[in-house]
Design a protein. Structure first.
Length: 137
């Protein structure tokens, strides 16, 4: 698979860098006084400083939970997902959706969790029991 690039708005570069670099463990690439590139599990994401983030927080109802429509994330190996979930819990992250497993015992079984970065961007991390089922229906 080819790496993807995603640019997203942030309101505080210092807090953003601390969150993605120190908490999530993302490497830092090029930076300026208005943006930072991160290595997000082999993908390039760029945090762009904005004066005011748009306040549109639309959500869809999924599995009895309100999933933020605007979100991004990574698909991790299960052990890595479990370790990250534990690290975030120990750090006191306020989850939008607590770590849990969807479709248990079914095709596409997956673990997922949602939380916000310091600028209010929704981030999802997930894992699949079987990576061959990532696009299964």
């Amino acid at each position: 698979m080819q790496p993807f690039h995603l640019a997203f708005p942030v309101t505080d570069l210092k807090k953003t860098r601390d969150f993605y670099e120190n908490l999530l463990g993302c490497g830092v690439g090029r930076t300026s006084d208005r943006w930072i590139d991160f290595n997000f599990w082999g993908n390039q994401i760029t945090a762009h400083l904005v004066d005011e983030k748009d306040a549109d927080h639309v959500a869809n109802h999924v599995d009895g939970k309100n999933v933020p429509v605007k979100h991004f994330g990574a698909i991790l190996k299960m052990k890595e997902w479990e370790a990250l979930a534990e690290k975030l819990k120990n750090h006191g992250i306020d989850f939008i959706i607590e770590p849990y497993v969807r479709f248990k015992g079914e095709v596409g079984e997956q673990a997922t969790m949602f939380f916000l970065d310091p600028s209010g961007n929704a981030v999802e991390f997930k894992s699949f029991q079987n990576f061959d089922q990532i696009f299964a229906v």
